[in-house]
Design a protein around this ligand. Structure first.
Ligand SMILES: [Fe+2]
Length: 254
């Protein structure tokens, strides 16, 4: 009996795929790599999540563990090691048809400032596009937000702001989001924001970004089964998902 069969009690399905999210091709924001942050804790959990995202139609997963101060002191080598382990486990479990890759979700803090200062290579995705996924505090605007975004661009990266709809310091300041994007920062909305999963405010801003055509990428930000269940059971039914998927998103280019 294969590892997959032991885990799921059945053989791996081949082609039971709903097409809705298949148009995206790639997810570029998740916490599926095991044991690195507040996402999957074990390889077994990672495999279940991986299988479920594949069944939602994804063909590539760029997994992005948190790198955040003293909380998540992940390094490129550690992340690569977890990716190698997950690839091996997926192969052993017979899970195919989904490419696995990694980058990181950089928290905008002194650690990131230091890496930029010291020209330390950041983890990127999108090949030569050199996309760097970053997040900030949900509540407090970083005092050096502009400077950090400028430094990322000056170092040859294309910054991607993770879930702009979740930052309460930007609520009621939509013109600030417009300005940030006009300065060359790409915007990545979370699928679960469309249901109000995080908050009513996040849903409102996500919808506004979609209406304004200001979404460049869309991510699952999947940490656990609850997130994936919500995408399957609720996000797929939202009125805004078709509007979101009709935008010229970059996911399929990754
Ligand atoms: Fe995340």
């Amino acid at each position: 009996m294969s590892f997959f069969q032991k885990l799921f009690g059945r053989a791996a399905p081949d082609n039971e795929l709903p097409a809705t999210l298949a148009v995206l091709g790639a997810d570029m924001h998740s916490h599926l790599l095991p044991g690195l942050d507040d996402g999957a804790e074990t390889l077994e959990q990672s495999l279940v999540l991986l299988q479920q995202l594949r069944d939602l139609g994804y063909r590539k997963l760029v997994m992005t563990p948190h790198i955040m101060g003293d909380f998540y002191r992940n390094t490129p080598a550690g992340i690569q090691g977890a990716l190698d382990a997950l690839r091996a486990a997926a192969a052993q479990a017979g899970i195919s048809g989904v490419e696995l890759a990694c980058a990181a979700e950089y928290y905008m803090d002194e650690g990131l400032a230091r890496k930029l200062e010291e020209n330390e290579e950041l983890l990127t995705f999108g090949g030569e596009q050199r996309y760097v996924l970053f997040e900030t505090s949900y509540i407090n605007e970083p005092f050096n937000l502009q400077e950090m975004m400028f430094k990322m661009k000056a170092a040859g990266y294309r910054p991607v702001m993770a879930h702009p709809e979740r930052y309460t310091y930007l609520y009621g300041r939509f013109e600030e989001l417009i300005r940030i994007r006009e300065e060359g920062v790409l915007m990545q909305v979370n699928l679960n924001s469309l249901t109000g999963y995080y908050s009513a405010g996040a849903k409102r801003v996500a919808e506004k970004l979609i209406d304004a055509g200001m979404v460049d990428m869309v991510g699952t930000d999947a940490h656990n089964l609850k997130h994936v269940d919500s995408i399957r059971a609720k996000v797929l039914l939202t009125e805004y998902l078709p509007k979101l998927l009709a935008l010229p998103l970059l996911n399929s280019t990754l």
